[in-house]
Design a protein around this ligand. Structure first.
Ligand code: GLA
Length: 390
C-alpha cells in the first residue's frame, strides 16, 4: 500500500471515529433537569442549589422525570498550586462533594459547568490544558453531567477540543453526560454525535417570545426557526439542544410558556428548567410537570419533530412521530389574534378516510375519533397539542 493511500485510509478512520454515536450509554432520552443560569446567572451558592433540589422533589418535578441539578457558571474561583480547580469557598463552603452527596440523597443527579477555553464566559478559570485533571476531580466529587462552554477559545478547533474532554470524561471512570455548548457555531450536529450527548444549536435563549438580543441571544420563536433542517441529526444518546427553558422567568405569558414547553417537547429537546423552582406559581408548575407533554419529549423512538407548515398568517404545524405508530401534532399560532387552525391527515401521511383517536395533551381529554382532519381555536401565541393514534 502506498503512503498516500495509507493517509487517506487513516483520515477515514479518524473521521469515522468522530461521526459514530458517543458510546457512554447515557441520555437515551433527552436529559431533564434544572440549571441555575437562566434565572440566577452568577449568583450561585450551595444554599441555592440545595433549595432547587428540595423544590425539585416537593413540586413533583422529580416524579415527572426531572433528574439533573446543574450548577452553571461562576461556582469556581481559581486553581490551586497543583492546578486543581477551586470552588468559591464562601458560596460553596461545604464543597462540591458534599453538595453532590446531598443531591444524590434525594435521588437526583448532579451537574456542573466548565469551558473548553482558558476562561469561562463569566471570566472564571476554564478547563483548557486541565481537561483530564478536571474530569478526574468531577468524578471524585460525584458529578453526573458536564456542560462545557466555548468562551475564550481563541483559535481552538471545536470538534478536537470537545473530543479531548469526551476522552477525559471517559477516562475518569464515571458515567457523565456530556453537554456541548458551542452555540451551533461550527455546526455541531455534524460531528456532535461522536463527541457529546447533546449540543447547543444556537445562541443563548432569551425570556421573550421573539426577536434578537442586542449583543447575542434570541427569543423562543427565533430559536425554534433555527431548528428547522437539522432534525435528522438527533436521536437516542445524541440530541440537538435549543437551549434551556425560560418557562416561569416572568417576561412571557403563561400561554407563551405553554407554547415554549410544547415546542421543546416536539423538538425532543433536553428539558432543563431555568426558573426559581422554590417560588413558582401553580400555573408554571402545571406546565413544567405536564406528564403527557413530557412523554412526547421522552418518547422511546427518539425522533425529533419537524415543522410541516409555516404560513404568512402565523400558523405553524409541527409533527413528531412517536412509538406505537402514534404522532404528536402541535398547532402553533404565532399571530397577534386568535385563529382557528386545522391539520389534515394528509399532512400526517394518513389516508383522508383514516379513523384516528385524538388526545388533547393540555386539556387531558380524549376527543371524538375523527376522520380526515383536526381543528381547534388556538389563542394568539398559543398552541393546541394532540396525539393522533390511527
Ligand atoms: C454562555 C452559555 C450560557 C451560560 C453562560 C454562562 O453564554 O451559552 O448558557 O452557560 O455562558 O456564563
Amino acid at each position: 500500500m502506498n503512503r498516500t493511500l495509507l493517509l487517506v485510509l487513516a483520515s477515514f478512520v479518524f473521521a469515522g471515529n468522530i461521526a459514530q454515536a458517543l458510546d457512554n450509554g447515557l441520555a437515551k432520552t433527552p436529559p431533564m433537569g434544572w440549571n441555575s443560569w437562566n434565572r440566577f446567572g452568577c449568583n450561585v451558592s450551595e444554599d441555592l442549589v440545595r433549595k432547587a433540589a428540595d423544590a425539585m422533589v416537593q413540586t413533583g418535578m422529580k416524579d415527572a422525570g426531572y433528574q439533573y441539578i446543574v450548577i452553571d457558571d461562576c461556582w469556581q474561583v481559581s486553581r490551586d498550586g497543583d492546578g486543581n480547580i477551586v470552588p468559591d469557598p464562601a458560596r460553596f463552603r461545604s464543597g462540591i462533594k458534599a453538595l453532590a452527596d446531598y443531591v444524590h440523597s434525594l435521588g437526583l443527579k448532579m451537574g456542573i459547568y466548565s469551558d473548553a477555553g482558558s476562561n469561562t464566559c463569566g471570566g472564571r478559570p476554564g478547563s483548557r490544558g486541565h481537561e483530564f485533571q478536571d474530569a478526574r476531580q468531577y468524578a471524585r466529587w460525584g458529578i453526573d453531567y458536564l456542560k462545557f462552554d466555548w468562551c475564550n477559545t481563541s483559535t481552538q478547533d471545536a470538534p478536537a477540543s470537545y473530543a479531548t474532554m469526551r476522552d477525559a470524561l471517559a477516562d475518569s471512570g464515571r458515567p457523565i453526560v456530556f453537554s456541548i455548548c458551542e452555540w451551533g457555531n461550527s455546526r455541531p450536529w455534524l460531528w456532535g454525535a461522536g463527541v457529546g450527548n447533546l449540543w447547543r444549536t444556537t445562541t443563548d435563549i432569551l425570556d421573550r417570545w421573539e426577536g434578537k438580543g442586542e449583543k447575542y441571544g434570541a427569543g423562543v420563536m427565533d430559536i425554534a426557526d433555527m431548528q428547522v433542517g437539522i432534525e435528522q441529526y438527533a436521536g437516542p444518546g445524541h440530541w440537538n439542544d435549543p437551549d434551556m427553558l425560560e418557562v416561569g422567568n416572568g417576561h412571557m405569558t403563561d400561554t407563551e410558556y405553554r407554547s415554549h414547553f410544547s415546542l421543546w417537547a416536539m423538538l425532543a429537546a433536553p428539558l432543563m428548567a431555568g426558573n426559581d423552582l422554590d417560588h413558582m406559581t401553580p400555573e408554571i408548575r402545571d406546565i413544567l410537570t405536564n406528564k403527557e407533554v413530557i412523554a412526547v419529549d421522552q418518547d422511546s423512538l427518539g425522533v425529533e419533530g419537524r415543522r410541516v407548515r409555516h404560513t404568512s398568517d402565523g400558523q405553524d404545524v409541527w409533527v413528531k412521530p412517536l412509538s406505537g405508530g402514534r404522532q404528536a401534532v402541535l398547532l402553533l399560532n404565532r399571530s397577534a389574534r386568535d385563529q382557528s387552525m386545522t391539520v389534515k391527515w394528509s399532512e400526517l401521511g394518513l389516508a383522508p378516510g383514516q379513523n384516528a383517536a385524538v388526545r388533547d395533551l393540555w386539556t387531558h381529554k380524549d376527543l371524538d375519533a375523527t376522520t380526515g382532519e383536526f381543528s381547534a381555536m388556538v389563542p394568539s401565541h398559543g398552541v393546541a397539542m394532540i396525539i393522533v393514534r390511527p
